[in-house]
Ligand binder design. Sequence first.
Ligand code: R5P
Length: 319
Amino acid sequence: MPFPEDDLKIFTCNGHPELARRMCDYLQLPLGDASVSRFPDGEINIKINEDVRGRDIFIVQPTSPPVNENLMELLVMVDAARRSSARRITAVIPYYGYARKDRKEEGRVPITAKLVANLLVKAGVDRVLALDLHATQIQGFFDIPLDHLFSFPVLCNHFQELNIPDLVVATPDVGGIRMARAFSNVLKAGLAVVDKRRLSPEESSVGFIIGEVADRNILLVDDMITTGGSLSAAAVVLKEKGARQIFAAAAHPVFCGPAVERIAASPISKIVVTDSIPLNSKAQALGDRIQVLTVSKLLGEAVHRIHMNESVSSLFMKQ
Ligand code: R5P
C-alpha cells in the first residue's frame, strides 16, 4: 500500500528496530533514516537524516529494559522530530514501561505511569499508539489521543489453530479475569482463576484455584512475564491439582531476574509471546519451549489507519 507524496514516515531508536522494520515491510515503506548514538559520556545523540517537515511521523520504541535508555531515546527522538517541523508525531509504544505505579497505594510514592505520560506530551508527542498497557486507566493519563491495541487476536488465533482438547483458560491472578474470559470465549474453553498474592516485586504465592482444572489442558494467560514468578507458581499449583499439559501466553516477554530459570523449572511445556519487545538472549535459551508471534501487522495496520484517518476500533478486538 504505497503512500502518496511520501507523507508517512516511520522512525525507530534502539529499543526494537526489528519490529519497526517488520512494520515497514507490512506497510511497504522504507524505514526512516536516523542516527541514534551516544556521546562519549553516554548522553544520547540523535540526528534525523531526511526531511520530515510537514510529514506524519511515527516513532516506534518500546520502553522495555534498558527502560531509562529507551525512554530517553524516545523523548530525544520526539524532540528532534518536533524541531524538524514534523506535522504530527505519534509515539508507537508496544510496551509502556514505568506502568506499575499507576496510583498511590501508600504515602510518599510516585505515579510513574503519569510522569512518563507528562514527559511524552511535553516533548511534543501528538498521539500515542500503545499495546497491552499494564493498566487500561493509563489511557486517561494522556490528554491527547491514545489508541490502545491488544495482542489478544494474534495470541488467540494461534491457540485456535492448535485446537487443544479439554482446554481451560486460567489467569494467574484475579486482575486478569477479563483477558482470560476473552480467551475462553473465543476458544470455547473453560475458565479458572488462580488466587495469586504478591509478596514483593519478585515473589508471589498461590492460595487457591477457582474452576475445574483436574484432567484438563491449561492455557495460562497474562499481560507480561517479568520475573516469571506468577506463571511458574500458578503452573505448579495447577499441576498439583491434576492439570494435564500447561501452556502459557503473554504479550510482553520481559524476562528479567530469575524468570528463565523459573520457567525452565516449571511444568509449563510451551510459552507463546509477542515481539512487542525483543526476546533477550537468556529467554532465547528456552529454545522450543518459547515461541514468538509478531504484532507487526497489527501495529502496521493501525499506523496505516491512523495516517489515513480511518477507524482503528475494529483492531481493538474487545476483551
Ligand atoms: C500483574 O499484575 C501482571 O499482570 C503480571 O502477572 C506480572 O507483572 C508478572 O510478573 P512476574 O512475572 O514477575 O510474576
